[in-house]
Write a protein that binds this ligand. Structure first.
Ligand code: UD1
Length: 416
């Protein structure tokens, strides 16, 4: 299964239940260690990043097993507070364990996390937030040695609303005495989901979804059962795919408010969308128009994770669309692959100018990162002939059954 083969030109029709959000599950798996008890994550997606998180938990001494689609994590037996470099390198989110381990053990050791495919991804804000709570952090040879026998709650002001730094600050604050306030916190739905999970564990936390979050640490925590929110980027992927190929699809279990900037873009491009509580239906004739500039920004703005995906849906649109990537420095690595298929996209720093072309040609392309890989699948679904997508391990980091689901909707797509 090292290659995905897609034959373009099929309309997509049907219904899909969208998987739970990777970006909710990963910090929540880190949070399980706060309680020293058993937590059950319902309908946990089978993803490579989830596998990495479970390997980290097992390395720490926790017991983890699957019961059908549920992941059961017993952290009572946790016996270590370090993470080896090979696990840290496998994903950026491994750094979220830092705040949780510190809160549980009062010390933590790990190397810098991997996942630098989008340009430099510093963790200065994570470290500064933990230092604000009283952690002493030494950095030597890209190794982090953290000590915090007594985390103290206080005000943390983030200079930018970093998702990961907000999560790390929240998790560490759960182990602090007194109250922590996080100002300029990230407002992503996944932070709200983390808050909900922590409340179930017994943490007194409020404000997630707004820019100010308060956490009262030091309470006795316990296990809980949780089902994470649906993955809004996976939802955006299916919607963009159907927008581009034409057809009609309904997505179940998705909160339409979480994808409103993406659906607004697809409506502007010519799609019809009907949203109800936990349901989004999209209808498209496959003939799209260029849209007003797409500028990525923190939630509730247009998600950087959907930039490549929506760009892929517009490759054959009539007219021009400008994209401005404001979150990551190097998030256009899918563009040279689009060009190999005959697309017309010009890059100038953080700006990409897309002029729709009449046809895309199937060829061999390489997934360069997770969302860029999904975008190539969307391009392949519109291509003349067969597109071969290589390096699909990136896609497996975040998509559960992407190929199977698209095939169920009518796509000519398979693994090889
Ligand atoms: C999370 C998401 C990722 C998404 C991103 C932005 C997870 C697992 N990943 O990543 O899918 O693309 O949010 O929505 O939830 N920054 C610093 N210093 C720091 C931390 C971040 O300068 O210490 C910068 C980053 O380089 C970037 C910006 O802040 O330019 C936003 O990054 P951040 O919100 O932290 O993204 P992640 O948490 O890594």
């Amino acid at each position: 299964m090292s290659l995905i083969k897609v034959e373009g030109g099929r309309r997509l029709c049907g219904e899909i239940t969208v998987q739970c959000a990777k970006n909710s599950v990963l910090p929540i798996l880190a949070a399980t260690i706060l309680g020293g008890d058993t937590c059950v994550i319902h309908a946990c997606p089978r993803l490579r990043d989830v596998e990495t998180a479970t390997e980290i938990l097992r390395y720490l001494g926790c017991r983890v097993h699957w019961e059908a689609d549920d992941l059961v994590v017993d952290t009572a037996t946790m016996s270590r507070c370090d993470i080896p470099e090979d696990l840290m390198r496998q994903m950026r989110s491994s750094v979220i364990f830092l705040g949780a381990i510190l809160a549980r053990c009062g010390r933590a050791e790990m190397s810098y996390p991997g996942g630098c495919e989008l340009g430099p991804r510093p963790i200065d804000l994570h470290l500064s937030a933990l230092r604000d709570l009283g952690a002493e952090i030494e950095v030597c040879d890209r190794c982090l040695c953290c000590r915090a026998p007594h985390l103290r709650g206080r005000e943390i002001v983030l200079s930018i609303p970093s998702v990961g730094a907000t999560e790390n600050a929240i998790l560490a604050a759960c182990g602090a005495e007194e109250t922590t306030t996080i100002t300029n916190a990230a407002r992503e739905p996944e932070i709200v989901d983390l808050q909900y999970f922590l409340q179930k564990m017994g943490v007194c936390i409020k404000g997630a979804g707004s820019s100010t979050i308060t956490v009262e640490g030091g309470t006795g925590l316990h296990g809980c059962v949780h089902r994470c929110i649906a993955d809004r980027i996976v939802a955006a992927t299916y919607l963009s795919a159907v927008a581009a190929t034409g057809g009609e699809v309904c997505l179940r279990d998705v909160d339409y408010r979480h994808v409103s900037t993406v659906t607004a873009a697809l409506v502007q491009a010519g799609c019809q969308i009907r949203s109800e509580e936990n349901l989004i239906c999209l209808k498209s004739d496959g003939i799209l128009q260029g849209i007003s500039p797409v500028r990525t920004s923190p939630y509730p703005g247009f998600p950087t994770d959907a930039q490549a995906i929506v760009m892929a849906s517009l490759l054959r649109s009539r007219g021009t669309t400008v994209f401005v990537e404001n979150i990551f420095e190097n998030r256009y690595r899918h563009v040279p692959e689009f060009l190999r298929m005959g697309a017309d996209v010009r890059l100038e720093g953080r700006v990409a100018v897309l002029c729709g072309v009449e046809k895309l040609c199937g060829t061999t392309v390489r997934a360069t990162d997770l969302r860029g890989g999904a975008a190539l699948v969307i391009a392949g679904l519109q291509g003349n002939g067969e597109t071969h997508i290589d390096d699909i391990y990136h896609i497996h980091r975040g998509y559960d059954c992407l190929v199977e689901n698209l095939a169920q909707l009518g796509a000519a797509i398979r693994y090889e």
